[in-house]
Design a protein around this ligand. Structure first.
Ligand code: DGL
Length: 217
């Protein structure tokens, strides 16, 4: 698998507004530690999630101009927000494969049975058609979308001292059978968020890592 790695054109570039996409890079490297990867976090402009769609796409387009200079084998939008707003436009612009991430609503719905599902994601992600379609397909009524508007920024700022973040300041209270971490930043707090609700937390990283491996293989 991945024969010929080490050549520059085999590089996979992971992109996120900031540190969140590192959770996906970590998941991918756990499986394929020999993969040649680069990471582009636009920390200067993070978080993206409360910005307008036009602004998010402008920032992502600027990042991809630089990513394209690396002649990647593939690029990964390790950000639900950018995937929701700009994946199609970026795919139309570049010839290398571009893999995105979507909130893991399907596995959460399968695990939750008839129970309620909380989807945590940025404002921009929740406003996008992709999430609405996913929610509709998974039995809309029992799915509750919620945007913790300052959480990604708090994680970005406190990445080396995550224990300082008080989940009660960001998350709604409620009884849920499953919670979806629809922003790669939140995955840094997966165990704590699962414990906060006393239910399993789902994210799309494992599925995306598998899909990416399939694309570059
Ligand atoms: N990590 C990103 C996501 O998955 C975005 C966080 C942000 O920049 O607001 O949506």
């Amino acid at each position: 698998m991945f024969a010929g790695w080490g050549m520059e054109t085999n590089r996979i570039v992971f992109f996120d507004s900031g540190v969140g996409g590192l959770t996906l890079l970590r998941e991918f490297l756990r499986r394929y530690p020999w993969a040649e990867c680069a990471y582009f976090g636009d920390n200067e402009n993070a978080p993206y999630g409360n910005r307008s769609e036009a602004e998010i796409c402008r920032l992502a387009a600027g990042a991809f101009e630089k990513i394209a200079l690396l002649s990647p084998r593939a690029a990964v939008i390790a950000c639900n927000t950018v995937t929701a707003d700009c994946a199609e436009a970026l795919r139309a612009e570049y010839s290398f494969p571009i893999v995105g991430v979507d909130p893991a609503v399907r596995p959460a719905a399968a695990a939750a049975g008839q129970g309620r599902i909380l989807i945590l994601a940025t404002r921009a992600t929740l406003a996008g058609a992709r999430v609405r379609e996913l929610i509709d397909r998974c039995g809309g009524g029992r799915v509750e979308p919620y945007c913790p508007a300052r959480l990604a920024g708090d994680i970005e700022k406190n990445i080396f001292r995550l224990s300082r973040i008080r989940l009660a300041d960001h998350l709604p209270r409620g009884e849920y059978a499953a919670v979806v971490l629809g922003c790669t930043h939140y995955i840094f707090l997966r165990e704590r968020i699962a414990a906060f609700y006393g239910c399993p937390a789902f994210d799309g990283n494992a599925g995306t890592a598998d899909h990416l491996a399939h694309i570059v293989n």
